[in-house]
Ligand binder design. Structure first.
Ligand SMILES: Cc1cc2nc3c(=O)[nH]c(=O)nc-3n(C[C@H](O)[C@H](O)[C@H](O)COP(=O)(O)O)c2cc1C
Length: 225
């Protein structure tokens, strides 16, 4: 069974969701997505992802703890995230996507309060009913396992898309790794890459229809013959 058109449609129509409807998904549906993601490839089939799925009261408790940690500026990332490290075309692309995102929801460059509220919306999981936290064990310098977790995340996102659901990977959640581990009772040996909030996308929210585009193939691919 092949359906390249369907695959192309799913891959190219996917966008991150930044406003969810609160209705929870059925256990059956979540299980389908988890099973799809479990089929992701990994180095030597090591499958290093450890996923903590958070819903219901646990989700609400965690969101409150994250907002409180943010109030205290209690940042505890397992892995650095420094926007200053992005220079040249990478800094430019980040800037362009930020502009497209804020223009779509009518938030001006100097509207710091609204921008801060957007940032804090991350910690409310954009109102999503479920969040999957992607952890991994320490294996060497983490790079191989991190690549595997990235593979897992993409399969997860495409599975959501194919089922008419929305999702968003959130590095920002990884900035509060200690808080997440504490609330969920996760061992310090597991390091947090990011979380994926997911559920039904709000069909009326402009923030769910931002097309940030992609650069031309020639910017990314060099062909040798
Ligand atoms: C690993 C990863 C982490 C991300 N972290 C965040 C985040 O913390 N907050 C956020 O609003 N968007 C986050 N994003 C979403 C990206 O900004 C988004 O994927 C990118 O702008 C491309 O948009 P698109 O996925 O809709 O095509 C993240 C994406 C990835 C892949």
């Amino acid at each position: 069974m092949t359906s390249p058109e369907f695959f192309q449609h799913i891959v190219r129509s996917r966008r991150v969701t930044r406003q969810f409807l609160p209705a929870p998904l059925s256990e059956h549906l979540i299980n389908r997505v988890l099973l799809d993601a479990q089929h992701s490839p990994s180095n030597c089939n090591t499958q290093p992802w450890q996923v903590h799925l958070v819903s219901g009261a646990a989700r609400d408790r965690l969101s409150e703890a994250l907002l409180a940690a943010d109030d205290r500026q209690h940042y505890t990332p397992d892995f650095a995230f420094d926007m200053q490290a992005y220079t040249g075309v990478h800094a430019q692309r980040a800037q362009d996507s930020g502009r497209a995102r804020y223009e779509a929801i009518d938030i001006g460059r100097d509207d710091h309060a609204a921008r801060l509220a957007c940032l804090r919306h991350n910690l409310k999981f954009f109102d999503a009913p479920h969040v999957a936290f992607l952890f991994m064990p320490q294996i060497s310098d983490y790079v191989r396992a991190a690549g595997d977790v990235g593979m897992y995340a993409q399969t997860f996102l495409l599975s959501l898309q194919a089922r008419g659901l929305g999702g968003i990977p959130q590095t920002l959640l990884g900035m509060y790794a200690e808080t997440v581990r504490e609330v969920l009772g996760v061992s310090g040996e597991l390091k947090l890459m990011f979380g994926i909030s997911f559920g039904h996308a709000d069909p009326h929210s402009a923030s769910n229809f931002v097309d940030v585009g992609r650069v031309a193939l020639t910017e990314s691919v060099v062909i040798h013959q």
